[in-house]
Design a protein around this ligand. Sequence first.
Ligand SMILES: [Mn+2]
Length: 356
Amino acid sequence: MNPQKLLDEENIDALLIYNGSAEDLNFFYFTRLLQGGIFEGSYAIVLRDGIKVITSLLEEESARKGKNEVLIYKSGEERDKLLKKIIGEAKRIGLNFSALTVKDFDKIKKILGEREFLDISDKIMDMRKVKDEEERKLIREACKIASEVAIDIPEFLKEGMREYELAARVVYEMLKRGAESEAFTTIAAFGENAAEPHYTAGERKLKHGDFVLVDFGARYHHYNSDMTRTFVFGQATEEQREMYNVVSEAQRIGIEMVKDGVNGKDVDVHVKNYIDSTKFKGRMIHSTGHGLGLAVHDHVGLSSQIDMILRSGMVVTVEPGVYIPNFGGVRIEDDVLVKKDGREVLTFAPKDLIEV
Ligand SMILES: [Mn+2]
């Protein structure tokens, strides 16, 4: 992360991030206040001489853990005054239009008066795509937590259990291993429910012969992992085995292609071409993967719709799937760090078909 470079390149005097009515993950990105603190109603201001945080008394302890200069307010009036003082004579101010409500923007304009406000959300996102050392360490840990749980999932499966019981167990196991929360609502889908890519979990009971699709991730110091494994409860039928093998091969093809300089679009095209060459033609109904970081869907990753040149340091998911309504679905997902000469798969858990 080099916020000063952003000021130079965009020719702005200050970058103002407001973690206001809408949460702005960039607040955490720039301040690196990643352990404790919610920082609602707080500002992070990137200036040429460093980063300053304006936050409430409630967050003082959390804010002082960081390396930024901290200014504390006790009232809304004090907060406005501090903002005006810190911004000082700055004329050109960069904002993140992606996470600033119209109401908050109006408020900022009222406090700061006549200035030039520029939307630099795309520039920030571009910067966020390539993860630095600290971020990689946190994503690695989030991946480790999820992977250890994935390895144990077959042991959790009991005939007659409900999907939400399995989801609860997966979340519990992640928290027990140090996750601060689940990265997103855990998906535990049995049987025909596995055909819905974004199903969550319901009352469906586990029956012999069901597919069990579990898509989940851990959040560790604000950084996320995201992985999916699919099992068969009992002995797989020929059809289930065939589906599984096709998805597994598609994922292998996808992972092998990930490398610095490769267009993410091409990865999605190749993966889908392979699936379309099998009897499951047209049954992969989403893109191959997305960027991962402070947000679970951090940025566009591997999609035939958009050009996205992969760069060393990016983290993307590779998650092909095949879905057949009223029958079931298979998805296999891993998180992959892009490297100069290839890739490193950060999540680990067996990928051969497991019949429980
Ligand atoms: Mn995913």
